[in-house]
Each structure stands twice: as structure tokens, then as C-alpha cells.
Design a protein around this ligand. Structure first.
Ligand SMILES: [Zn+2]
Length: 596
């Protein structure tokens, strides 16, 4: 484990300008350095480095971070590897405890056992007799010899203990093989092979080491059709994407990843030149998988099935990809085909053309719903709204939500206010359905209140200026934390960042490391964004208060409306005097300096 202290030491001893200069030609521009972004292609420099803060940020593609992030992305390594190499570069020794050393030897023996298993399977596939059926199967599916050896495809022979005996003979303990997931304990003692008479696809980590296996049946009566080895200390399903080790270079070069579902889809993609493909192996997509992809590219195209399962998969993928900061698009292939069958039948060019037609995930979901229900009668529109609103409700980014509502309103010719009210209802049922479903964004029942903020005369700008000030002037933080509450901020990420910055001794690097990716992006953006020469703190706060009052008034007006319809005269009177009170409070604050 790396302590925060060691991380700080590495940061302190690594000049980010020096480090970046090994990849990017930088020139000085004021307090900062600028150059052409190494993570997207551009002609005018939008890649900026702040030497004092040890951070970089690209205004073009949004890439950003510290020395570790830069090193990880340019060298395609994991965080521990980056730390180790940067420590070496800075002449810092990373001490390991005896416990860590023991764990690392245990991990090494596990890696050796997994590799021995992979070699055993490969050897069996290559064997003229033993591997005949499996090779014939692969050839019939179009997998050529080069692909078989590149992807280290193997064969687990038919029988109960071929692997067990072979690996035992090479000195691997039964218990270790069990931990590796290649043998399974028998109820009454002893072990047997986990994979029998199956084609084996080893799953490799980013250092090309086998960490797990997938096996496909060769006899129709065997089940399940695909079997994955269970998790072990080096294999966590939710953090793994099959094929990323082979795809990562192509992903970086092409600036996108293609996400498919199965082993055969992935092999077909790579064999036919779509080398930026990775596979999810049918497990539910996780945020960790998306964050992993995000290290290599900001964009991903998901290839989904054109059926109900595909719609559900898109619905799950949308919020996950968005919160990882990926520009995600989705495509379905015609005639219900999967990438494997499509590529082999119609070739690479047709597949590329299909990928070009990929749509943003939300539009994709909307298009699927529109295709299913024609969308002209009121009943059909209701069905579409019912399908699509839950999709919007999962999106955390406020601007994106507002945009999606507008799109839906336009496509269905339904007034946006109606949809917004409906969305609130959807959200309410969601947050009622359990603690896991609650999100931090609801405030006094007005979950989508910040949607209108662009027209709100600069409340958004006011919030950002206050946050910038807190970033630049730690001395002012206490005062702002006294005058404002996190709930005063309309945006989730603003609120979160304000909470963090309110801690008197909050260090920017610590905040960066402990917040959601959305808040981290915001923080980095605010550090680098241009700010006004003078920030009128009181003016900004007044602007926020003013907007809060307007919101309150809107809410009261809506409630009066309801009360009138219900014929509740008492409630109407009470609300009217409340409106009086709120609007006269606003009058006192009139004349405050506008912010923009
Ligand atoms: Zn960039």
C-alpha cells in the first residue's frame, strides 16, 4: 500500500512540466504551460499544465489530473506501477512491510499457477489428437491459427483430473489450484478439474498475465454454454474487461473503444481488424470497468442486441458510462446479428459503417422505444415516456438531464413542463424504494430545480465563482462556509465540492482523491478555468439567495394553483400571505450587484 505521505513525496519531487515535456512540447503562457494534447488530436493547444499545483488539464477533451494520472495514461500502466516508476524516477524508496512481501509472494505463486494452467490448455489444443475436436470447432467458427495463438486459446480435455495431475506434477499445490479456480473441491475430499471438454479462453490482465479462464462447451448437452472461472485474489469480474490487454494500444490510437459482449465477438473483431474491441462477458457493466476504459479513451461504442435485453443493457450502461466521464454511444446490428456473425458475413467495412451510425446512449434508448411504439397516439406516447423517463432519472449530470428532457419533449411534441413533473414523480418513487435508490440531489422536493439554471441569470456562474474563490484563497473558506450551506448550491457536484472545501484544512490533492469522478472533474476544471480579476463574494451570494427566492415563489404559485383546484380556501389564503412574505423579503435585497 502506498501511503498518502509517499504519494505527496512523489508529487513534490516530480516536476510535472518536466514529466509532461517528455511527451508534449510545452511553451510558457502566463503562469502556466500549454501544448498540443497527447490524448486527442488538435491543431491549437488546449492542453494546460500548472506547475505549482502539479496538475494538467485539457480544455479540448477534458483529460486532466496529476503526475500519476499523466504517467498512467501515457504509459498504459496501473496506479501502483506508475507510483513505483515515478518513485524510482524521483529517487524515492517505497518501503514494503513483511505482510506486503508475503502477500506479494502469494500473488506471484498464484500467477505462476494460472500461467501453468494456461500453458496446459494451450498445449492440449495444439496436440494433434487431443485438440482435434476443439480445433475443428474453432476453425468452423472462422477463428484462424494466428488468432488462436495470439489469444492463447486452449482446450480442457475430457476427463476429471487431467489438469490436476499435470499441474500437481509440476509442483503446484492442490489448494493453490483451487484458489486459482482451475480445480474444484470434491464433497468428500480431493479435487477435480473445473473445465472439462471445453474450449478455453484465458482472460489476461494488462501485463498479459492469465488471471482467469472462460470455457465454451463442445457438446450441446453440456451446460452452461459458457463457464467463467470464479473470482480469485487477482481476478475481479467487475474490474476486468476481456481483451483490454490486446486492445489498449488500438483504443488509444483510434480514440475509442468498441464494447461487445462475448468471447467470439471479440475474437472476430480483432481478427478482422477492429482491434479496439473489448468484451464485457455478459456481466452487468460496472463503474470500475468504465473507469478502466476511460484511462485509454474518452469514447466508447457499445454494440447491443436489438431486443429487450439490449434495451435494458443500454439503460444500465448509460448512467455508468456517464459518471465515468465516457462519451458513450450505442449501436445495434441489423437482422438481430451479433458482431461475430455480422463481421464474418459482411466484413469489416460494413461493420465500421454500422459503428459510424452509433447514437448517444440516450438517443439510442429513445429510438428503441420509438421503434417499438409508433409514438403518434396518446397511448403510445405514454408508453414511450414511461420507458424513457426512468432512463433520464438515472442520469446524474444536470445539464445532460435538461438536454434529454428537451429532446424527448421535441420528439413527442409534449410540453417540457409536463415531462418534468412526470420525471419528478418517477424520481420520487425511486427514492421511496429504498436507501440504495436515494440520491443526494433532492432538495425540498424540487429535484430538477437547477434544470432552468442557464436562464437563471448567472446563478450557475455565481456558484462557480464562489468555488473558485475557495480554491484560490483558503483564507476565505471559513467565511463562506459560515454564510452558505451545501444545500444552497443547485448542482450536485457544486454542493459536494463546497462541502469538501468547507473543511478548514482541506488540501486540494486530498479532495481530488476522495471525491466522485464528477466532482473531481469539476475541481480540475475550476482550477484551470479563467476567472474574473475580482470576485464579488457578496454579489454572488446575493444572486444565489435571489434565485432561491424565485424558486420558492414558483413553488408557492404552483401550490396555490393546486389548492384552488381543490377548493381549499384556507390553504389559498395561507399560501398568499406566504407569497407576500417571501416577495417582500426579496424587495429588501433588491439592487444587489449582478454577477456575470
Ligand atoms: Zn485533450
Amino acid at each position: 500500500m502506498l501511503t498518502g505521505e509517499i504519494k505527496d513525496q512523489i508529487r513534490a519531487r516530480t516536476d510535472i512540466v518536466d514529466l509532461v515535456s517528455t511527451n508534449v512540447t510545452l511553451r510558457k503562457a502566463g503562469r502556466r504551460f500549454v501544448g498540443l494534447c497527447p490524448f486527442h488530436s488538435e491543431r491549437t493547444p488546449s492542453f494546460t499544465v500548472d506547475r505549482d499545483r502539479g496538475l494538467f488539464h485539457c480544455f479540448g477533451c477534458g483529460a486532466g489530473g496529476d503526475v500519476f494520472d499523466f504517467y498512467m495514461r501515457t504509459h498504459n500502466v496501473t496506479f501502483p506501477e506508475a507510483a513505483e516508476q515515478l518513485a524510482k524516477r524521483a529517487g524515492i524508496e517505497i518501503e514494503t512491510t513483511p505482510g506486503e512481501r508475503r502477500r506479494s509472494t502469494e500473488t506471484e505463486t498464484l500467477f505462476r499457477a494460472l500461467d501453468a494452467a494456461a500453458r496446459f490448455y494451450e498445449g492440449n489444443l495444439a496436440h494433434p489428437e487431443t485438440g482435434r475436436t476443439a480445433r475443428a470447432y474453432l476453425e468452423q467458427r472462422g477463428v484462424d491459427g494466428a488468432t488462436m495463438s495470439r489469444f492463447r486459446i486452449g482446450y480442457a480435455p475430457d476427463g476429471w483430473d487431467h489438469l490436476l495431475r499435470a499441474l500437481r506434477g509440476r509442483g503446484h499445490a492442490d489448494a493453490l489450484l483451487e484458489r486459482a479456480g482451475v480445480v474444484v473441491p470434491r464433497a468428500n475430499g480431493g479435487h477435480y478439474d473445473a473445465f472439462r471438454h471445453r474450449v478455453i479462453f484465458p482472460i489476461l490482465d494488462l501485463q498479459n498475465r492469465p488471471i482467469a479462464f472462460g470455457g465454451r462447451v463442445l457438446r450441446d448437452e453440456d451446460t452452461p454454454k459458457y463457464l467463467n472461472s470464479r473470482e480469485n485474489p487477482v481476478f475481479h469480474k467487475g474490474r476486468t474487461l476481456y481483451g483490454l490487454n490486446w486492445a489498449r494500444e488500438a483504443i488509444r490510437k483510434r480514440g475509442r473503444a468498441v464494447v461487445v459482449e462475448g468471447y467470439m465477438d471479440l475474437l472476430a473483431c480483432h481478427q478482422l481488424g477492429i482491434e479496439e474491441a473489448v468484451a464485457t462477458l455478459g456481466t452487468a457493466l460496472t463503474e470500475e470497468q468504465m473507469a478502466l476504459l476511460r484511462r485509454f479513451s474518452a469514447a466508447a461504442i457499445f454494440v447491443f442486441d436489438a431486443d429487450e435485453a439490449g434495451r435494458r443493457a443500454a439503460e444500465r450502461a448509460l448512467p455508468i458510462a456517464e459518471s465515468a466521464g465516457l462519451q458513450a454511444r450505442a449501436v445495434t446490428l441489423p437482422d438481430e446479428s451479433d458482431p461475430d456473425t455480422f463481421l464474418r458475413a459482411r466484413g469489416r467495412d460494413a461493420f465500421e459503417r454500422a459503428l459510424e451510425g452509433a447514437q448517444p446512449l440516450f438517443s439510442f434508448g429513445l429510438a428503441l422505444a420509438m421503434r417499438r411504439h409508433a409514438g403518434t397516439t396518446p397511448e403510445e406516447k405514454i408508453r414511450i415516456v414511461d420507458e424513457v423517463l426512468p432512463l433520464i432519472a438515472t442520469v446524474r449530470h444536470e445539464v445532460a438531464r435538461a438536454e434529454y428532457l428537451t429532446q424527448l419533449s421535441q420528439r413527442l411534441a409534449i410540453h417540457e413542463d409536463v415531462l418534468r413533473a412526470q420525471l419528478r414523480a418517477v424520481e420520487r418513487t425511486r427514492s421511496d424504494s429504498g436507501p440504495g435508490a436515494t440520491r443526494s440531489r433532492e432538495v425540498s422536493g424540487h429535484a430538477v430545480r437547477s434544470v432552468a439554471r442557464r436562464g437563471a441569470g448567472g446563478r450557475y456562474a455565481a456558484e462557480r465563482q464562489l468555488l473558485m474563490r475557495m480554491i484560490d484563497e483558503p483564507a476565505d473558506r471559513a467565511r463562506m462556509a459560515h454564510d452558505l450551506l451545501a444545500a444552497d448550491f443547485a448542482e450536485t457536484a457544486h454542493r459536494d465540492l463546497f462541502g469538501r472545501l468547507s473543511q478548514p484544512d482541506a488540501e486540494l490533492n486530498r479532495i481530488r482523491e476522495s471525491v466522485s469522478s464528477e466532482t473531481r472533474d469539476l475541481l480540475e476544471r475550476l482550477i484551470f478555468e479563467e476567472r474574473p480579476a475580482v470576485v464579488d463574494i457578496d454579489g454572488c451570494i446575493a444572486r444565489i439567495r435571489d434565485e432561491q427566492r424565485k424558486e420558492k415563489l414558483r413553488e408557492l404559485v404552483a401550490r396555490i394553483d393546486e389548492a384552488q383546484r381543490a377548493g381549499d380556501a384556507d390553504a389559498v389564503r395561507a399560501l398568499q400571505s406566504e407569497i407576500q412574505r417571501v416577495s417582500s423579503a426579496g424587495g429588501q435585497a433588491a439592487g444587489t450587484t449582478p454577477v456575470s
